[in-house]
Structures are given as C-alpha cells and as structure tokens.
Design a protein around this ligand. Structure first.
Ligand code: AKB
Length: 317
C-alpha cells in the first residue's frame, strides 16, 4: 500500500491539535503536514512539517499539496456558529470555497481522500428536537448552518459526479481540555470547566434547560479515524454522517460538576447564541454511522466530567 501523506488545515484549532497528534502516532511525523494561519508552535503540534497558510489562498494551497505530494486532506479550518453570525460573508468564503478547491484537486487526481467536518447546525427550524434522524429535511437558519449544508451538498456532488472520496461527520459540540474552541454555541460546555476550576462558579450564555448534543474529543477523534479507515463501499452517506454523542443541558452539566466539586454554582445570562441553540436539535440518531462503519463511544456525561476536571486541573496548575 502506498504511503499516505497527510495535510491538515486548521491544525492548531480545537480538533486539529488532537487529530494531528493522533495522525502522527499512526502515520509518523514525516508523513504529516500541519497548516494554519498562526505561527508554528512546537508545543501544539508534533507534525513533521508546518505550513503557515491561508486556506482561502487557492494557488498556495494547491502548491503545498503538490510540493509534499499530499494524498489525504483533513480540512478542518472553519468559522464556528457564533463568529459566523458576526462575519457572514467571510464565513461563507472560509467554510465553503476551500472545500471546493480540495474537491477540485481530488477530481484532477491530485488527492485521493478528503475529510471535512459538518455540524449539527445543518438541521435548523421546524425539525423535531429529539433523536433527529440522518435523513430529515434540512432547514438551517444560521450562516454557519447554511455554509455547512452547502458544503455537504458539494461533497455529495463531487462524489456522485466524479467519484471523489470525500467523507464527513456532523459534529455535535466538542468538549476538550487541550485546546479551547473559539466562537461556537456549544463552547459553554468547555468554558464551564475552566471557570469551575478557577472560580467554582460560571455564568452560562445558554439557558439552564437547553439540551444540545455533545461529544468528548477522544471519541470525536476515534470516530473521525474510523470513518476515514472504513471501506469505500461501506459508506452509504456522502453528505455527512450524524453523530449524537451525549445530550445534556447546562443545568445537568453543572450538577455533574457539583458532584465532583462541591459548592460549584451556575447562573444564566443568555446572549445571541441562545437563538442559535434553540434552532438546533437536542439529540441525534446516529444509527447509520454505527451500522456503516461501527461508530462507538467511550464517554458519557459522568466519565467526561471526571476526565475534564482531572486533566484541566493538571493543565492550569
Ligand atoms: C458550534 O457551536 O458552532 C460548533 C458546532 C456544533 O458545530 N461547536
């Protein structure tokens, strides 16, 4: 089997830092090229190479793919839901156009596989809240959701029309301690742990009974690798796979933290992100991913809370 040469965009972001390090473990440093807008930071990435690049610069990206003879791209660079509402035109440019650029390169034979993250933001208004199925009508009302839905349709188009092997997951909110997220609606579920450790209290920008699907980063990384390792023919979804993870509200998360850290308190001051959360599902049916490529999870609310508190305390010492 020919060696995979991997390029990761957004490699210093929340998913990127952890995915890059796992890919290095699997494929070796010399086969992994990390890239991002920020300066190289050896504490954040173990990749053998780092390219400081703007992913919207199509010519530069194409040159990097050629220079390193890249075969597989994990294209993670993206503006999240909160930030997208503030910069809608840039969100469209960043979230959609580079994906098309990578699909074009695959169509021309320069790349053999692409991973691209979609989001639970694709669902939107008028869709049942609970256990949302893979194949419901999609009606996003946020700029971010619209860009992710468009991206999904581009993935399907390039696959169906040109056989491009582009694979995708609709990530729920991702919780991790290594690198903080930036500009998302589900970010409260990470911020709360920092504040729990620093101040033993937190003011949530999401109301107490708003349920959203969430996933611990280790499970997200393993799911991503599993999808990318699956046999092509096993994949029945070429838009993006539902991933449910767990479903909880700020009140439930606060109670789980309080159990481990007595005296922890939470208050609520919802902001513009509440409307975004209200348009998203509370829980997701991910049975198609389980069936097609064996999706499983290790972490529930209790296990995730324990692991976050333990590791973040260590990190913030
Ligand atoms: C966000 O909140 O914008 C993201 C997402 C669910 O895609 N975490």
């Amino acid at each position: 089997m020919a060696t995979e040469k991997i390029l990761i965009t957004g490699a210093l972001g929340q998913i990127g830092t952890e995915l890059t390090n796992r890919l290095v473990e699997i494929h070796g440093r010399e086969n992994v090229v990390a890239s991002g807008l920020d300066r190289y930071d050896q504490n954040l990435t173990s990749a053998g190479y780092y390219e400081r690049m703007d992913v919207t610069n199509t010519q530069l990206v194409r040159q990097i793919v050629k220079d390193y003879e890249i075969t597989t791209v994990y294209h993670l660079a993206s503006l999240l839901s909160g930030t997208s509402e503030k910069q809608p035109l840039f969100a469209w440019k960043l979230n959609v156009e580079p994906l098309i650029n990578f699909c074009e390169m695959a169509r021309e034979g320069l790349l053999s596989k692409i991973f691209w993250p979609s989001s639970i933001a694709v669902f939107g208004k008028g869709i049942p809240k609970e256990n949302v199925a893979q194949d419901v009508v999609l009606n996003p009302t946020t700029v971010y959701g619209i860009s992710k839905l468009a991206g999904e349709k581009w993935c399907e188009y390039y696959h169906d029309k040109y056989g491009v092997d582009v694979r995708s997951i609709r990530y729920p909110g991702l919780i991790s301690y290594k690198t903080p997220p930036g500009g998302g609606t589900t970010d409260y579920a990470v911020e709360i742990f920092y504040k729990a450790i620093e101040e033993n209290s937190y003011t949530s920008f999401i109301t107490e009974d708003t349920f959203m699907p969430m996933l611990y980063m280790e499970d997200a990384i393993e799911a991503t690798l599993k999808l990318m390792q699956a046999e092509k023919d096993a994949l029945s979804v070429r838009t993006s796979y539902n991933l449910g993870g767990m479903s909880f509200s700020p009140k439930e998360l606060a109670a789980a933290i309080e159990k481990k850290q007595p005296g922890f308190t939470i208050s609520y001051q919802p902001d513009f992100r509440q409307a975004i959360a209200d348009s998203w599902p509370a829980s997701i049916d991910d049975s198609v991913a389980r069936q097609d490529w064996g999706l499983t999870y290790k972490y529930g609310l209790e296990e995730m809370t324990e692991d976050m508190l333990k590791n973040l305390k260590e990190k913030l010492k």
